[in-house]
Design a binder for this molecule. Structure first.
Ligand SMILES: [Zn+2]
Length: 138
């Protein structure tokens, strides 16, 4: 914004047609910067550099200079959506969730679990796995 104000001030007496293209480019750049800043899962400094990411695994804001983040092409920040520890935790969580179905089927066939409680049991177990993994990979 400052850049645009300065540009307009120095071109106060210029004809619109002579500054039109340059001004449009500056406005477009400014809008891009704004939309990048608005992203709900990352924060940037005034230069547009990413300072914090809302870690998909840990569900907290993490300073990218403190927490290691892998790079990810095509993402809004150029970095992964979770820190490296989070990636390990997330991978292990998915592994446990995959094994869960097998366990629940076993419990149903052995009579330990009533099939009508399956959905609830599964949901509860997933919450438990997620919180255990969150503690383990804190
Ligand atoms: Zn994290």
């Amino acid at each position: 914004m400052e850049q645009i104000k300065k540009f307009l001030a120095t071109n106060k007496n210029a004809k619109i047609s002579t500054i039109h293209d340059e001004l449009l480019n500056m406005i477009a750049a400014e809008l891009n910067k704004k939309s990048a800043q608005k992203s709900s899962t990352s924060r940037r400094d005034e230069n547009g550099d990413v300072t914090e990411i809302f870690c998909y695994f840990h569900k907290v804001w993490e300073n990218v200079n403190v927490h290691a983040y892998g790079s990810k092409k095509g993402s809004n920040t150029g970095m992964n959506t979770m820190c490296k520890r989070g990636v390990r935790g997330w991978t292990e969580t998915q592994k446990h969730i995959k094994l869960l179905d097998g366990k629940l089927i076993e419990e149903i066939s052995s009579g330990k679990l009533d099939i009508k409680n399956l959905q609830l049991a599964k949901a509860e177990r997933i919450v438990k796995i997620k919180s255990e993994m969150m503690i383990k990979h804190k």
